[in-house]
Design a protein around this ligand. Structure first.
Ligand SMILES: [Zn+2]
Length: 54
């Protein structure tokens, strides 16, 4: 997993999946445990695309 940041500054982790429809998926991580995959930033609501994360 890689640490990425939404444009609002909220930290997310990106988990790479080798067999999924998408090769990656943003997830919420709590103490190194994947809590849930997310489609939008839980902080600002922006749709999460790998290209928009930094
Ligand atoms: Zn955000």
């Amino acid at each position: 997993m890689q640490e990425r940041f939404c444009k609002c500054g909220h930290k997310l982790m990106v988990q790479y999946t080798l067999d999924g429809f998408l090769p990656w998926e943003p997830v919420i991580v709590d103490d190194s445990t994947v809590v849930s995959p997310v489609k939008v930033c839980p902080c600002c609501g922006t749709y999460l695309s790998i290209h928009f994360l930094r």
